[in-house]
Design a protein around this ligand. Sequence first.
Ligand code: SF4
Ligand code: CA
Length: 867
Amino acid sequence: MEQLGELELLMEKSFGEEAALPAELFQKKVVSSFPKTVLTGGMDNRYLVLAVDIVQNEEGNHEKHLIITAHQSLEYKDRCILRNDWCSVPVEPGDIIHLEGDCTAGTWIIDKHFGYLILYPDMLISGTSIASSIRCMRRAVLSETFRGSDPATRQMLIGTVLHEVFQKAISNSFAPEKLQELAFQTIQEIKHLKEMYRLNLNQDEIKQEVEEYLPSFSKWAGDFMHKNTLTDFPQMQLSLPSNDGKNNSTCNIEVVNSVDIEESIWSPRFGLKGKIDVTVGVKIHRGCKTKYKIMPLELKTGKESNSIEHRSQVVLYTLLSQERRADPEAGWLLYLKTGQMYPVPANHLDKRELLKLRNQMAFFLFHRISKSASGQKTQLASLPQIIEEEKTCKYCSQMGNCALYSRAVEQHTDDSSVPIIMLPKIKEETQHLKLSHLEYFRLWCLMLTLESQSKDNRKNHQNIWLMPASKMEESGNCIGNLIRTKHVKTVGDGQYLHNFLRKNGTIPVTNLMAGDRIILSGEERPLFALSRGYVKEINMTTVTCLLDRNLSILPESTLLRLDQEEKNCDIDTPLGNLSKLMENTDVSKKLRDLIIDFREPQFISYLSSVLPHDAKDTVACILKGLNKPQRQAMKKVLLSKDYTLIVGMPGTGKTTTICTLLPAPEQVEKGGVSNITEAKLLVFLTSIFIKAGSNPSDIGIIAPYRQQLKIINDLLAHSSIGMVEVNTVDKYQGRDKSIILVSFVRSNKDGTLGELLKDWRRLNVAITRAKHKLILLGCVPSLNCYPPLEKLFYHLNSEKLISFLFCNMKVFVTYWEIFQEDKALFSLPFHTRAVSPLASACGLYFVCYKSSAWLDCEDNFYLKGTK
Ligand code: SF4
Ligand code: CA
């Protein structure tokens, strides 16, 4: 018992015993253990629960009585009475709650008819998660925990494409030709092509499947959007309270416009967050009266089910909408396959039950750590119970994690119980794992969870709604009082360049720097977390940001704030990786061998067996700049089959060594000039086209140097790409191909370009051979040294004909070396920045890289989390 502090002792007493404790002492303890808690009244009540008591009322029913305060000083205390089902809310002394309803004379009454209690309101849970908890709470908690591990599927990809096509159409046109065009455009977007490649899908098949939906899109628009007379609009039963007090009247529904697409809303009032597929303006014609309402519209691509999950999601979106505007009282559920739209009225009962589910989920997410029965050990808490429903489990995306958690974690806790029918399934799912693996999972899951709690991940977000910008500025992680300057520049594929000015005066001293991730919010309440992105430039007066939404719809006078989004304490990625490490795949098995079972890494004995003979000079040249230990490390890496750890005191040059390992410069050898990294990238791009359905004979590769051609040919020969023509410019004279990829090769600091590249006639030939798509691949800083090329880039750029695809070469090369198989290769984090839609339409791409300054370090890739 001595291990337990006074507070824990108090906390562990049951409610019955509490009355016996000196109340004042207890409450002081609770408050002093939350010194930083922000407590407020009003829109966001942040009440601290001081005591919880269960009492029997006159009818013999149980009620929960809470003593609560919104003041650190404890001077003012209120009461809250939870009746009916609310009695089961797992609220404990020390918890923060938000109350909705009425407070009369310092007493809140929450019962089945009125009011809500939101437990841990600062924990924002997504509407989708809550809806999915209806069938299985465990699944919902697991998918919030192992967020990084859900595999993408064909169905998800088609769903995303269809959502995007519909979203584009609603602010454009639903005419069949237009829909075709939008569908085609959307499928062509890089992010989708990438996904198709990864999933080994054929572009034509996807297109066909998407096209099957389009007639339903038009049908929906025909029904709801474009009619001559009001009565032509579909009649629906929409039990919205109308002005005359009658509830159940039939009305004609007209969708007038789309107010927003993918509107992202955080609601610290209901502890919810979510993105609404389409926010629509709707006219509800009832008799001769018309009411205009802004309502959420949820799109579904799967089977038309009008299921409770789907409806619940819409109900939750009506709660979210209240953060921005008047209560929509209802929302819409549209099945894209059939064009059928269902009204979803949001009544008190549904909202109440959903918020109760949300509270349960918040409880499980908050109490992820527990003490063992003896109180000696900190351990992972059990998750909600495994359900006894084979059918739900059969299609559960969390099956693996569910079984893993049950075997690795819950078997060690005192209150685990698994339904008999699930036992064989759990065994089957985990039989490829050794005890050491389960133990590793349990330990790391615990460590990561503890880390996330100690750093208090979400603190940083809470400040956005709990702290005014002026106060947050003192910490240096926020800039408030900003206004948007007129022009918002679309730089392509969901990225928008915004400029902000400090309203009066200069930007305060701040920690924010170019490259930092930020969340942009309005200073006024309804506009939390409008958009995310990162700082591009910052000076005394202006901040330039790339954001994921175009905010030009906001009035210019809107006061805005930027809050730094700390990504470092993000544990989603390592947890997702941990779950992947346990998967029953060859790659995971190899990693488990190395990481958990400490299989010694293997090395090849002789460098000559890995390095081609003619690469000797290059290697010698690379090694020149390194000292002896660095060179030894380098050699070890080159010999490595699995991994090499480079260990050293700070300042001993580890980074230099690693950077030398991963360059992308040209090599000048006897055979001529070449650039192996560029060659690899080029072959990789070629494989994208082929996977996307292009015929190898329609693709041509051009490079100015024979050595480069040789390398590309060698790489192609070792790939599954097939016959692609690889030749010098001269060989292409007078001919063309559907797709042309040009490798410029040269990449050096002194700007040597060689005579071949400087021949503008050759250049002219090279860039005029493509019928549909031209891809130029080269190191821009080097190529810019040649005025005609510089001029060309300048021109293309100013005509918005260039798409810059910044590629993180470091990651690329690592991937290439480690996973030669194309699947793994494709999961490398390519980043599209500034892809201009015009350029994609014209078929001109420029893949640019810098060989020394790596752009955009993405730490999201597999190896890093498991190193
Ligand atoms: Fe729930 Fe079944 Fe999924 Fe486990 S496998 S999380 S019990 S649905
Ligand atoms: Ca949807």
